[in-house]
Design a protein around this ligand. Structure first.
Ligand code: DQA
Length: 140
């Protein structure tokens, strides 16, 4: 199974950005953990701070992988274009957030992606990604 993790703005700063909210681990270190834990999955990763690049990445992934794990970060709350990109592809997308967005400011309670996602996993720290992967590979 091929899975692509697409990370949005500021997630390149994981490890140093507001560690009280997002933890102290870099995403690169976490990737190594994922690869060890799910040896049958072929992972690929993209991070961009640019909305249009994320839309291009979603469209491209739709023709290349079996599933997408998308943390659009702040754009989840603002981007009709990213929501439309997810709506426009047949490849399943799981929306993830590291923090519990519903326990934070009200502008984070809205997501333009959720309606079109296969499922949503929020608030489990970096483990949110692991739970999304487990759901993709589970046959139950
Ligand atoms: C986030 C939550 C968003 O509200 C925020 O803008 C982010 C990260 C998360 O993973 O918790 O940048 O998507």
């Amino acid at each position: 199974m091929k899975l692509r993790i697409i990370n949005g703005p500021n997630l390149n700063l994981l490890g140093t950005r507001q560690p009280e909210i997002y933890g102290g681990q870099t995403f690169k270190d976490y990737q190594e953990l994922l690869e060890k834990e799910f040896p049958t999955v072929e992972f690929s990763y993209i991070q961009s701070n640019v909305e249009g690049e994320l839309i291009n990445a979603i469209q491209k992934a739709a023709t290349e992988v079996d599933g997408i794990i998308l943390n659009a970060a702040a754009y989840a709350h603002t981007s009709v274009g990213i929501g439309d990109a997810v709506a426009g592809i047949a490849t399943p997308v799981i929306e993830v957030h590291i923090s519990n967005t519903f326990a934070r400011e009200s502008f984070r309670h809205q997501s333009y992606i959720s309606k079109y996602a296969k499922g949503i996993i929020v608030g489990f720290g970096l483990q949110s990604y692991k739970l999304a992967i487990a759901s993709f590979i589970s046959s139950d």
